[in-house]
Design a protein around this ligand. Structure first.
Ligand code: NAP
Length: 281
């Protein structure tokens, strides 16, 4: 045990679950967030068998809904006075457009707005730590696209993979802007590409998409243990303690897309996100 606490979103499967296992092995207490209570209990029990001296707390929330992100963040704030590492991990690819009851296209909501709102609501708790790291799981899919401010909810045109790419670009733009905004508060913020990982990623889609992704995973994907390495590195390694506002892959700083280096765009995305989540703060 090292007495530190790490919060992980989307921790019931895939990279998030494996990150939780890795953090537990490194002695971190865990706050796990997922939408499925049963899976949350199962994962917590599984981790307790590996690391029985750490504390594990599971919170249920459907993170595609901002009211749920807000509620669960409030519950965490009521119970904890410090978070040492926040890992925004939850994410999905949606082949077809759908809009949540709150009016947001679900890729934009789950993959970007949720990261933004969770971070905003937990920032004081992270600042209360002398360790204070925020890690966001992006993707190399963020290369080769630019952000469309006039198509945030895919209302003009929706193509599943393009929309996913833009949400992952938003993760990088958010991280760069966040790092600037929190640099005087002793907090670091970095993001990463985990690799192409043989997780359940994409399995929420129809048979055709599951088949395409399943085939690609069988050919080239790495396993979830390897896929969690970057997140664990950014959360635990001493080597990165003073690094902030960077994109990582293979546990090394990589040049993120030039499209994420537009300060005006990053500020604009921040302001738009702030406005979007304002009713849920
Ligand atoms: N896999 C890859 O090749 C790859 C590559 C680059 C980046 N990424 C990124 O890595 C992150 C993790 O993906 P993964 O590959 O581990 O995917 P995964 O195997 O599908 O796991 C996703 C996790 O998020 C949870 N989740 C999904 N929707 C949720 C919601 N509405 N509310 C709460 N929890 C929800 C899932 O819960 P359930 O257990 O209930 O399903 C699961 O625990 C994502 O941000 C993804 O974009 C993945």
């Amino acid at each position: 045990m090292n007495g530190r606490t790490c919060l992980i979103t989307g921790a019931t499967d895939g990279i998030g679950k494996e990150t939780a296992i890795g953090m537990a092995k490194n002695g971190y207490n865990l706050i796990l967030i997922g939408r499925n209570e049963e899976k949350g209990k199962k994962v917590s029990d599984e981790i307790r068998k590996i690391a029985d001296s750490i504390d594990i707390d599971f919170f249920k929330a459907d993170l595609v809904l901002m009211k749920e992100v807000s509620r669960v963040a409030d519950e965490v704030c009521q119970k904890y006075d410090r978070i040492d590492v926040l890992i925004n991990n939850v994410g999905a690819y949606f082949a077809f457009r759908d809009v949540t009851e709150e009016g947001f296209e679900r890729t934009f909501a789950l993959n970007h707005l949720g990261y933004f709102l969770m971070t905003k609501k937990l920032l004081d708790l992270v600042e209360a730590s002398d360790y204070a790291r925020i890690v966001s799981v992006s993707s190399s899919a963020h290369y080769g696209t630019s952000f469309e401010f006039d198509n945030l909810n895919g209302e003009k045109k929706y193509r599943g993979f393009k929309t996913y790419q833009k949400s992952k670009l938003a993760n990088v733009m958010f991280t760069y802007e966040l790092a600037k905004r929190v640099k005087d508060r002793g907090i670091t913020a970095n993001c990463l590409h985990p690799g192409f990982v043989a997780s359940k990623f994409g399995n929420n889609n129809n048979l055709l998409w599951r088949g395409i992704l399943g085939f690609a995973k069988a050919l080239t994907a790495i396993n979830v243990e390897k896929g969690a390495k970057n997140s664990i590195h950014l959360a635990c390694s001493d080597d990165v303690k003073d690094i902030t506002g960077r994109f990582f892959a293979n546990c090394e700083v990589k040049k993120g897309s030039a499209k994420a280096n537009n300060e005006e765009h990053n500020r604009r995305l921040w302001e738009i996100s702030e406005e979007a989540v304002a009713p849920f703060l």
